[in-house]
Design a protein around this ligand. Structure first.
Ligand SMILES: *Cc1c(COP(=O)(O)O)cnc(C)c1O
Length: 478
């Protein structure tokens, strides 16, 4: 399988297609675009029937194999998937719980850090290890987090000798559970940096490090944020897993996806492109509703960021949306480049009527403010005795607006105990952390506090990256 950039232009002598291992290590394409597969691998209905009885790791290897072809074979994938998912708390890995006559909850929070990001990152850590070991190379992961991504990335990379990981979080501005999930990991290759600044400051520092090409190449920087294609591919697996349990490929299904950067719901789109009969993908946003507005009007327009009870969905623009734009424009990279430049210049763009219509064949957008989300938490608890987190709650609000008769699968993206204040406010009940994390609030922490100063942060990263002796840099910078 080869990958191309969403800003690829044949005339412009754009970058030539690259293989999975380079896509994995480099994250973003050199021309500023995102990698997408050159063609979608297709599963025939009979082949899909054969997937239904598989356990989660075996299904993961089968679904991922066409995407990693030429770089990682299915047998190696299976070994990694078994290892990645054996630490999950639930036997089914991603259990489906019935909420109502035609409505289901897909629990994606049984991994080590209690949010769906573990599904992709647990596998990504192992894929990095696999490819870097083959190349005898070292990589320095640098990322910014407002909460869930950082802990999932740290859990995936800890203790791996060919990786160092640096996660920047805004000092005093992540929840205590989120902070401790990062800072209580004491492995030598894990470095938490608490920045005196906001999440946007952290993100700007990370971007600046990547834009310093000398620094980037010297330390062999790698990205672990949701624009990495491998994360999308790994997330497509649970759409198959849930759909096959509810009658696909014979019976079509629909999904509700609490959405921020459009990575998770785009993985559902990928599953659909591979042949899974998905009738509808509902994009559930909070008040940061740029996507809900787009699917209503065709206009994509920045409007700042408003903090909410579902912080992992607090985005101004959705970084993976560019991948859908590429699809809507028939793979025309020049058109995508034009729209993204317009967004940078004017803060908005609009697609044509035909593109909007084709988007609406699959997607619907929804918006839930905090009050509606809290009501959904209370209502779900009253009806079913199930506690849901505020991100999942935005999805439950969207489910209430969904039409059609296909079984509706609502993705539960975080464990309620990750956001205990909102859940307690809605229900009066304080959700408990799972037993293995019960002592989280007593564990020792390690973090380095640094000013919002690029030079100081770079010096720290350079001093602690410590590429193991004899290992060369991964050269992901090509
Ligand atoms: C990251 C996250 C989301 C948003 O997912 P995207 O892939 O960015 O759309 C939703 N809910 C939770 C709990 C998350 O951690």
């Amino acid at each position: 399988m080869r990958y191309i950039s969403t800003r690829h232009t044949k005339e412009g002598g754009g970058p030539s297609p690259v293989g999975f291992d380079d896509v994995l290590l480099s994250g973003l394409a050199r021309d500023g675009g995102l990698y997408v597969p050159e063609t979608w691998p297709a599963l025939k209905p009979q082949a899909m029937d054969a997937l239904a009885p598989l356990d989660y790791p075996t299904l993961a290897a089968r679904v991922l194999a066409p995407f990693t072809q030429g770089a990682v074979d299915e047998r190696a994938l299976l070994t990694m998937a078994k290892d990645a998912y054996k630490g999950f708390d639930h036997e089914a890995t991603a259990p489906l719980i019935q909420l109502g006559p035609n409505r289901w909850l897909l629990e994606l929070f049984h991994g080590p850090t209690l949010a769906f990001k573990d599904f992709a990152l647990q596998l990504l850590g192992r894929l990095f290890d696999h490819v870097l070991t083959k190349r005898a190379a070292h990589m320095t992961i640098v990322g910014a987090t407002s909460g869930d991504t950082g802990s999932a990335a740290i859990a995936a990379c800890r203790g791996r000798p060919n990786l160092s990981v640096f996660i920047l979080h805004p000092h005093g501005r992540v929840s205590e559970v989120q902070r401790r999930q990062m800072t209580s990991v004491l492995d030598d290759n894990v470095h938490n940096i608490a920045i005196d600044g906001s999440f946007d400051d952290c993100q700007a520092l990370v971007k600046a490090m990547f834009n310093d090409l000398a620094f980037r190449d010297q330390l062999s920087l790698g990205a672990i944020n949701s624009i990495n294609w491998a994360r999308i591919a790994a997330q497509a697996v649970y759409y198959f897993y849930a759909g096959l349990r509810l009658g696909a490929p014979t019976r079509p299904v629909a999904f509700v996806v609490p959405t921020g950067n459009f990575g998770n719901v785009y993985a559902g789109y990928a599953a659909r492109q591979m042949g899974l009969p998905i009738k509808r993908l509902h994009v559930a946003t909070n008040v940061n509703d740029i996507l809900a507005r787009f699917f209503a009007s065709g206009a994509y327009e920045k409007a700042g960021v408003t903090p909410s009870a579902s912080p992992s969905m607090d985005i101004e623009v959705a970084s993976n949306f560019e991948r859908l734009l590429f699809e809507l424009h028939g793979g025309n990279g020049a058109a995508v480049r034009g729209l993204m430049e317009q967004l940078g210049r004017d803060g908005r763009f609009a697609v044509g009527a035909a593109e909007l219509q084709s988007a609406r064949q699959v997607f619907r957008g929804h918006r839930a403010d905090d009050a509606a989300a809290l009501r959904a938490i209370a209502h779900t608890y009253k009806e079913s005795g199930i506690l849901i987190d505020p991100h999942t709650a935005a999805g439950i609000v969207a489910a209430g607006e969904a039409e059609g008769d296909a079984p509706l699968i609502c993705l539960a993206t975080a464990h309620p105990a990750k956001f205990p204040e909102a859940v307690e406010r809605a229900t009066g009940i304080k959700p408990k952390l799972p037993a293995r994390l019960a002592d989280l609030l007593e564990r020792p922490e390690r973090a380095t506090r640094l000013p919002n100063d690029l030079t100081r942060v770079k010096d720290f990263v350079r001093a602690h990256a410590g590429a193991g002796a004899g290992l060369r840099s991964a050269g992901g910078g090509r």
